[in-house]
Design a protein around this ligand. Structure first.
Ligand SMILES: *Cc1c(COP(=O)(O)O)cnc(C)c1O
Length: 349
């Protein structure tokens, strides 16, 4: 891997105490081009603009996808990335579905480690803070014709971040718009999934909510997921979350939480289809103990309100409940306070 270091670090101007999510970028980035059917040598170089032609394929046809994970300072001063091997695999899952070339897993992992190591000063040290890693890939041929791109660009940039959701999360059950459908691309992190969601989310915002809970494309009966988080409900001391399908993004946080909860026996776990009606009834009867989102950005996000057909259901958000216990357990592994029996942390030496 060719590495060109910056000669003018911007770290002096960085705000690491109170960073706004995804607005500051560290000194270096990785770039790798796919041409003539093969990936060329990846290169790490100073972060900066890339020039593109107006005929850039991805601007017209949207063969674009991304990943997201975090690097942390651990309690003993080591630096660890949380489960990057899972991101490498999911990137390639997205790539296959979007008819894009797979990126070699070893390069992905090596590139991330190299970048984090080079920009270690950019990792904020406060509780809940991290260096957010954003790998992405896009079709970079220069032609306007609705066929697949022939060239692709893989890129990784990194950004210091604080806790994602400040404050209470109020979600609205979405019954008009759909994020994904069977046979579609809902299980991929392709760019269009997010562009297609902004309108519905904005409608919900105008009604006073933070996010939507997507429901199934057919009858809007089943809970799917929320924004960039998988969702879990605690009803009668059981954690219930929808099963994975080609409509739901396979969250790494979701997988980690289910593993942890099953192994520690904090709660019973049911991965099964769950109807909005079941959630609403449980809320009415006071049996909906907690609801939370699971995702890299927020890790665990307690949901305090579920809006459904104009009615708001208030849900307990205990500071010593299941969601916070799970967040703590996960945090203890991430920070190295507890041992890491699953080898989730990729340590940077
Ligand atoms: C990224 C994402 C998630 C969460 O995945 P993590 O790997 O836990 O960050 C959930 N849903 C959607 C739609 C996402 O894009």
């Amino acid at each position: 891997m060719k590495i060109t270091r910056t000669t003018s670090s911007r770290i002096g101007e960085a705000n690491l105490k109170n960073p706004t999510f995804g607005t500051q970028f560290s000194d270096h980035m990785l770039i790798c081009k796919y041409r003539k059917g093969a990936w060329e040598q990846p290169e790490i170089k100073p972060f900066g603009p890339i020039s593109v032609t107006p005929a850039l394929h991805t601007l017209h046809y949207g063969q674009a996808l991304f990943e997201g994970q975090k690097a942390y300072y651990m309690k003993d001063g080591r630096i660890g990335i949380f489960r990057p091997d899972m991101n490498a695999k999911r990137l390639n899952h997205s790539a296959r579905r979007m008819f894009m070339p797979e990126f070699p897993e070893e390069w992905f992992l090596e590139g991330l480690k190299e970048l984090v190591n080079l920009d270690r000063q950019w990792i904020p040290q406060n509780e809940g803070h991290a260096l957010y890693l954003r790998p992405f890939m896009f079709g970079s041929s220069e032609f306007v014709a609705a066929r697949p791109s022939e060239e692709y660009t893989m890129c990784i940039i990194t950004s210091p971040v604080g806790p994602y959701y400040a404050g209470e999360v109020k979600v609205k059950v979405e019954e008009t718009y759909t994020r994904s459908a069977a046979g579609g691309v809902g299980s991929t992190k392709c760019a269009g999934n997010y562009g297609g969601a902004f309108f519905a989310t904005d409608q919900a915002r105008k009604e006073g909510y933070t996010q939507v809970i997507w429901t199934d494309h057919k009858n809007h009966e089943l809970v799917e997921e929320s924004g960039t988080m998988n969702v879990a409900f605690v009803i009668d001391d059981t954690l219930i979350t929808p099963p994975l399908s080609d409509r739901i993004l396979a969250g790494i946080t979701r997988d980690s939480i289910l593993t942890l909860v099953r192994d520690t026996g904090i709660l019973k776990v049911e991965e099964r289809p769950i109807k909005v009606q079941e959630v609403v009834e449980a809320a009415r009867e006071g049996r909906l103990q907690e609801t939370f989102g699971m995702g890299t950005a927020a890790v665990v996000s307690q949901i305090c309100t579920i809006g459904f057909r104009g009615e708001d259901f208030e849900i307990p958000v205990p500071s010593d409940g299941y969601a916070m216990k799970i967040k703590q357990e996960l945090g203890a592994i991430r920070s190295g306070i507890k041992e890491d029996p699953y080898n989730w942390m990729a340590i940077i030496d």
